[in-house]
Design a protein around this ligand. Structure first.
Ligand code: HEC
Ligand code: HEC
Length: 350
């Protein structure tokens, strides 16, 4: 049996060969194959032996140096990619007034809702920052590249190289980065220091690496869980309201809105317990899983309270948030028990 796959693969070409021979014989017995047929076969089976795929498949077109140059226009912060050229602030002003001011304003302030190009330095931490070339951009090369690539908006890549240098110089001048006698060149562009050059840096926080801890790991009871649902920015107002409830600083919030919902318990649970008990982290019994809670609930609520408040095996005291009042922990336990039992128990927290 172990031979059979091999013999099968050998059989297939063999059968094909026979079929080919038969059909060839048939053809030759009726009429000689035409010449036209011959050349077609040659064309397909014989690869052209130059390495040019374009000729071989007859699709696309050859990439010429000239075409490539049209695409390869990016300029790097170190000045790499800049073409030879230069332009002064003075020259830039004239071109700018002609081709840019109608949208970006005479001084880069922006007409209507067109983008602002100047000012806004120091506003980045405001609630509504003004992000401009001067306040935000880390490199002058980006300005050169942007203008060269995309501006004016209605006629991108219509500017001469020297015009791009002049306009870049002028926009830098509008931002007080160079003075009005400045001449920008291929050589000095990379040396320009932008105000926000240090505002961009590599994020070295470890959350993307997330290496597994194998020794001397953080004690779970000392971990404060700030947000139970990962990947979601907490709603500021909700969080504050919740904190007020959980920390019990506002007594009028300590209400039970109807016989089935325990607001304090729910809020405490969401803040301090859900991270483990929603999904069984660290072996926590899953809230709502009646099977997992059956025997625990049978042991009596007082014991559950004590374990939740003082801690129990991998269950940290108060879920690690020791500032929470005992009473609120009891509410959270009630809430969990309610969701995890067949018959809602009597509310034991009066
Ligand atoms: C018809 C209006 C118009 C004209 C004219 C125009 N721009 Fe723009 N410009 C825009 C718009 C719109 C954007 C934003 C494009 C985007 O975000 O996709 C922009 C963006 C820019 C930016 C980037 C701003 C930023 O902070 O993101 C610069 C720099 C710029 N233009 C320079 C120029 C220069 C220099 C000229 C003249 C050669 C010019 N623009 C002419 C409309 C215009
Ligand atoms: C860091 C994870 C974690 C957090 C946060 C956490 N628990 Fe637990 N919890 C556990 C684990 C693990 C167990 C199971 C312990 C065992 O049975 O060995 C458990 C068990 C329990 C039990 C059952 C105890 C028993 O006697 O069977 C209760 C009740 C409980 N937790 C309540 C809470 C409450 C209330 C909070 C929030 C204030 C909370 N837990 C937060 C991990 C956690």
């Amino acid at each position: 049996m172990s031979n059979s796959p091999k013999s099968r693969t050998l059989q297939l070409p063999f059968i094909c060969t026979i079929i080919l021979l038969v059909s060839a014989c048939e053809q030759s017995s009726q009429q000689p194959p035409s010449h036209a047929n011959d050349s077609k076969v040659d064309e397909i089976s014989e690869p052209t032996n130059d390495s040019n795929m374009v000729n071989r498949f007859e699709i696309g077109e050859e990439l010429t140096e000239q075409v490539l140059k049209g695409w390869d226009i990016d300029v790097r912060p170190d000045g790499m990619g800049l073409p030879k050229g230069s332009g002064s602030v003075e020259q830039g002003e004239i071109i700018y007034d002609d081709k840019c001011a109608s949208c970006h304003g005479s001084f880069g302030e922006g007409e209507g809702r067109w983008p602002v190009l100047a000012g806004g330095v120091g506003s980045l931490t405001d609630e509504r920052p003004t992000k401009t070339v001067g306040s935000y951009w880390p490199y002058a090369s980006t300005l050169w590249d942007y203008i060269n690539r995309a501006m004016p908006f209605t006629a991108p890549q219509s500017l001469e190289t020297d015009e791009v240098y002049a306009l870049t110089a002028y926009v830098l001048n509008l931002n007080d980065i160079v003075d009005s006698s400045f001449v920008l060149t291929q050589q000095n562009l990379a040396k320009i220091e932008m105000p926000n050059r240090d505002g961009f840096y590599a994020d070295t926080r470890p959350d993307t690496l997330n290496p597994r801890c194998m020794s001397n790991c953080t004690n779970l009871s000392q971990v404060t869980i700030k947000q139970a649902i990962s990947g979601i920015t907490p709603e500021q107002t909700d969080l504050m309201a919740q904190q007020t409830i959980v920390n019990g600083s506002s007594d009028e919030l300590l209400v039970i809105d109807d016989e089935n919902t325990n607001l304090v318990g729910k809020a405490t649970y969401t803040q301090a317990c859900a991270s483990c008990h929603d999904n069984g982290l660290a072996g926590a019994p899953v809230t709502g899983n009646k099977q997992q809670w059956l025997s625990r609930i049978a042991g009596g609520t007082e014991l559950l309270y004590r374990h939740a408040i003082e801690g129990f095996n991998a269950m940290p005291a108060k879920g690690g948030q020791t500032a929470i009042k005992d009473e609120n922990i009891r509410n959270a336990v009630d809430y969990m028990v309610l969701l995890s039992s067949e018959i809602p128990p009597q509310n034991s927290n009066n």
